[in-house]
Design a protein around this ligand. Structure first.
Ligand SMILES: Cc1ncc(COP(=O)(O)O)c(C=O)c1O
Length: 458
């Protein structure tokens, strides 16, 4: 028997499997450095940074508690609705100075979906303000994840997440993502094909009806799709040609995950708007933000214009104090430098996993990687019973047994995602990769034992 979650509904989970303690629910109790401990005291290395959030790991609690406590004693709360507080103003200025958009204005939220929705509202007000109210459509990419609230869900490109919820709030066309695995064309040709599709989609929809393109610098869902050379420069050109805004959804890639403050810098994106959340506070408090290039925010500053969007807790003083402390620690402790210094080692170690017959592709950047699993030497995809068994039982069980928090993801082809805390040293990254290798190795044996193995395994 596992722990009974009782009244707690688990997000994106088959809740029935855990009801009454039926499943072996992981209940985490404390953290230390990049490690977390469950209620039985078992230690795991957090190879996923608590869903891409815990950039600093778990040992900065005292420092964050001190700034949170000082803020709570001084001013526990004030909104950003026609009033402000010094922390929100200072944080907005800090983020604006770092923003890959160039000079920017900043709107605070409580998380990623809220950031994406707020971005859409700003985009609409921009087009309406410029006398182009007919720009009501968006372009996003297949298998992308931009959140789950109804506006953000429109942009999300995973059909199964959307089916029960009716027509999309934002009419969105999904174009190809930048998955290069199994592509047999040269990089330049592939870039051109992807961009041609974006151009053709805008033409087909009617350029005067398209408001924005949403894309992640490196797409997470489907497994770390690094864009080909020239892709983001091409998106910028297309967007400029048609008066369409370009949004970099950096809810994962922002705040150091790729070794830069923003992933946009790494992939040479010049977005008009950037959405962030997760790592902004290293998850010591919930917070998100939208960074809006000044020319795009300009209509909001015109006489008589009201920003028609607001979120009570957006820019909460405690979250703002924690985010400011997070930025300070990043600089003081050389967090971006650590990611840059360790990336080659992590890459090399992960590439060593190609020795395992199940490993078909290893891809990523910074501390953000995916390992795609394949059935055989022809790189066939896992499907049917084998895929289900791997995703729902063999991999989660094997990773847990190996003492590694990582994610088996089936939104696209079958991948295991790795995104360790950005403070990991070489030895801790080795631990992540060793344990991952152990779990994938045993998965091959488990498949064979169930009679579900592919050619390479028998
Ligand atoms: C790129 C991206 N955008 C938006 C979201 C939604 O963020 P949240 O779960 O904080 O609403 C996520 C969540 O993983 C994400 O990865």
């Amino acid at each position: 028997m596992g722990v009974d979650p009782g009244a707690l509904l688990l997000h994106f989970t088959r809740n029935g499997e855990y009801a009454g303690g039926a499943g072996d629910l992981l209940v985490l109790d404390r953290g230390e450095g990049p490690y977390v401990f469950d209620v039985q005291g078992r230690r795991y290395i957090d190879g996923l940074s608590s869903l891409f959030c815990s950039q600093l790991g778990y040992s900065y609690g005292a420092e964050f508690a001190a700034v949170a406590s000082a803020q709570l004693e001084k001013l526990a709360f004030n909104t950003n609705w026609a009033t402000a507080h010094p922390g929100a103003i200072e944080l907005a200025d800090r983020l604006a100075a770092l923003s890959p958009t160039g000079p920017a204005k900043v709107f605070f939220t409580n998380g990623g979906s809220e950031s994406v929705e707020a971005a859409w509202k700003v985009i609409r007000q921009y087009h309406v303000g410029r006398g182009e109210p007919g720009r009501t459509k968006a372009i996003a990419r297949k298998i992308s994840y931009h959140g789950v609230t109804l506006g953000a869900l429109s942009l999300t490109g995973v059909p199964s997440f959307k089916e029960p919820f009716g027509p999309a709030a934002i009419p969105t066309t999904h174009v190809e993502n930048t998955n290069s695995f199994r592509s047999d064309v040269a990089e330049a040709e592939w870039t051109a094909r992807l961009l041609d599709e974006v151009e053709a989609t805008i033409q087909a929809e009617g350029p005067e009806t398209v408001a924005a393109i949403f894309a992640e610098p490196v797409q997470n869902a489907g497994g770390c799709f690094v864009p080909p050379e020239g892709y983001w420069r091409g998106l910028r050109e297309i967007a400029d040609r048609h008066g369409v805004l370009l949004v970099a959804d950096e809810v994962i890639t922002g705040m150091g995950r790729l070794g830069e403050w923003f992933g946009s810098t790494r992939v040479d994106a010049r977005p008009d708007i950037v959405t962030i959340a997760k790592g902004l506070t290293s998850a010591y408090a919930p917070m998100g933000a939208v960074l809006v290039a000044e020319p795009v925010a300009a209509p909001l500053y015109e006489d008589g214009v009201t920003l028609l969007h607001g979120i009570t807790f957006g820019g909460h003083p405690v979250s703002a104090a924690i985010a400011l402390k997070n930025l300070e620690i990043f600089e003081r402790d050389g967090v971006l430098e650590n990611v840059r210094a360790q990336e080659p080692h992590l890459r090399e170690r992960l590439q060593g996993l190609y020795d395992l017959p199940l490993v078909g592709d290893v891809r990523g950047a910074g501390f953000f990687w995916a390992v795609e699993l394949v059935r055989d030497a022809e790189l066939s995809r896992f499907e049917g019973a084998a895929r289900e068994a791997l995703l729902k039982e063999i991999l989660p069980g094997g990773l847990r047994e190996a003492g590694l928090i990582a994610r088996a993801d089936g939104r696209g082809d079958l991948v295991v995602q790795i995104a360790p805390p950005l403070i990991c040293d070489a030895g801790q990254l080795d631990e992540v990769v060793d344990r991952l290798g152990e779990a994938i190795g045993k998965a091959g044996d488990a498949l064979a034992a169930r009679g579900l193995a592919g050619e390479a395994l028998v």
